[in-house]
Design a protein around this ligand. Structure first.
Ligand code: TYD
Ligand code: MG
Length: 456
């Protein structure tokens, strides 16, 4: 007779405890423990491939290990392939995370619909097959020769289907809706998610079928799962963006088969997601005249140079405490830059409201944006526009020095390609750089005063 057992599980990190505790000893979060009931002492959903021989692993010398050069499935979606590091690796398990409504289901369905050569099983625990069909119709595609839909939440039933269909790719929408009978805890609880994801992982490795798990993350992180799943899966990609702007960014956070910090950009349209192959063009606003407070930064996201527009607004604070807001940029870093401006250039920023915004809903966390942000703030403060054909790429230090950035050649070439006429860089970046190779004027600067004098 199976013994039922109560445990307490941290909603944030998945740590377990025999008793309820107020503060997680593992991750330090308060009030995150929830009671869970296990029906069996040790529940495990087994995925067994009946044909697989029983082997015990033996330690091998590295050169004896079969090289297993990964043959990847390339999807029709170039951005998607790139973010995954060049396509889908057989037997890999990928977590696609994002806030509800951001477009995860749309993205996966679209990728699945475009595939003609692969047999795909798309399991949805959130929508009925009819709803998915309607979505497909909205995407303009209801004909896909090898796409099977299954509205199911029960793990064992999904595995039965998978075993009879033998798909080349399994998509689970979403991991929070998976449920195993072996556990008594509710759907979406941590034990369920961990158990089901573990079973999916064993399935992926045993059958070499790639599995995509969709997972919801809410802003305050209350929904269980994705955080704890991150170390169970091979790859974590996140779909993000400002829901009001049409742009969505697919970002790889962890990748055992490729580089992280890769980026894919999409535009959400009436009929689905469209790949944006030249993102700089959409991130720069189309304007006819130069306005104050707007600059362009030559940044690098993943391996791609990206020109993004920085907007700043500086005004006199109407109330005692000045307001500081940064959208798409780290607020603490902005405050640091303001302190540098105050100390090194003598601007009285303490009485000013400062708002900084990165256009297009993009988030940049590269220090190379510093100079563009400082210049935008100065431009708004002085109410003097910076010419449109100028861009920036440098970090700013606490003493007001302009510091070099990595991969400066890529940034210069991208700026040149997009028609910029002048780029401001740190003079320490000039070593080994041949300015005559580029058709864009390169202006080296060393300190904040120099940039101020050059611009105003
Ligand atoms: P969805 O994929 O359901 O989000 P998730 O699975 O991440 O919860 O996306 C829902 C949003 O996408 C919804 O607000 C409407 C929008 N959308 C479009 O704008 N165009 C489309 O063709 C589709 C299918 C969705
Ligand atoms: Mg969905």
């Amino acid at each position: 007779m199976a013994k039922s057992k109560h445990i307490y599980v941290c909603r944030n990190c998945g740590a377990q405890s025999a008793q309820w505790i107020g503060r997680c000893t593992s991750c330090g979060q308060w009030n995150t423990y929830e009671e869970e009931v296990l029906k069996k002492e040790k529940a495990a959903v087994k995925w067994q491939n009946p044909d697989a021989p029983k082997t015990t692993n033996k330690a091998l010398l590295i050169h004896e290990v079969p090289s297993g050069f990964e043959k990847r499935f390339e999807t029709e979606d170039k951005e998607f392939n790139r973010v995954l590091g060049g396509g889908i690796v057989p037997g890999s398990i990928v977590l696609l995370g994002g806030e509800p409504g951001i477009g995860k289901s749309t993205l996966m369905l679209q990728v699945a619909l475009q595939q003609t050569a692969m047999k795909i099983l798309y399991v949805s625990g959130e929508e009925s097959a009819t709803q998915i069909r309607m979505r497909a119709a909205r995407l303009g595609m209801t004909q896909a020769p090898h796409l099977y839909l299954l509205a199911e939440t029960d793990m064992e039933a999904i595995f039965r289907q998978a075993h009879s269909l033998q798909p080349d790719l399994l998509v689970i929408d979403s991991v929070q809706t998976l449920q195993s009978d072996l556990l008594e805890s509710a759907m979406g609880s941590i034990s369920q998610i961990r158990e089901c994801a573990g079973a999916m992982q064993r399935f992926a490795k045993a059958t070499m079928t790639p599995v995509f798990l969709i997972g919801h993350i809410t802003k305050d992180g209350t929904l269980a799962g994705p955080k704890l799943l991150e170390h169970m899966v091979d790859t974590v990609v996140q779909f993000e963006g400002d829901r009001n702007s049409g742009y969505r960014i697919l970002r790889s956070i962890k990748n055992r088969y490729g580089s992280t910090s890769e980026l894919g950009i999409y535009e959400m349209q009436q009929a689905g997601l469209r790949e944006v192959s030249n993102p700089s063009e959409i991130l720069l606003s189309q304007r006819d005249e130069s306005l104050s407070g707007i600059t362009v930064s030559a940044t690098i996201e993943g391996v791609r140079p990206l020109l993004v527009e920085v907007q700043a607004l500086v005004g006199n604070a109407a109330y005692g405490t000045p307001q500081r807001t940064a959208n798409g940029f780290d607020l603490r870093r902005m405050n640091m830059l303001l302190a540098v401006l105050e100390k090194r250039l003598g601007f009285r920023m303490g009485t000013k409201d400062v708002f900084v915004n990165i256009a297009g809903g993009l988030k940049v966390n590269e220090p190379a944006t510093d100079l563009a942000i400082i210049s935008a703030i100065l431009s708004s403060n002085e109410d003097v526009a910076i010419p449109q054909e100028v861009c920036f790429a440098a970090e700013t230090g606490l003493s007001g020095e302009i510091r070099p950035v990595v991969r400066v050649e890529n940034r210069i070439s991208e700026a040149e390609k997009l028609g910029f006429k002048r780029i401001y860089l740190s003079r320490y970046n000039m070593k080994g750089l041949d300015p005559s190779r580029f058709g864009i004027e390169i202006v080296p600067v060393g300190t904040l005063e120099e940039i101020y004098n050059a611009l105003f």
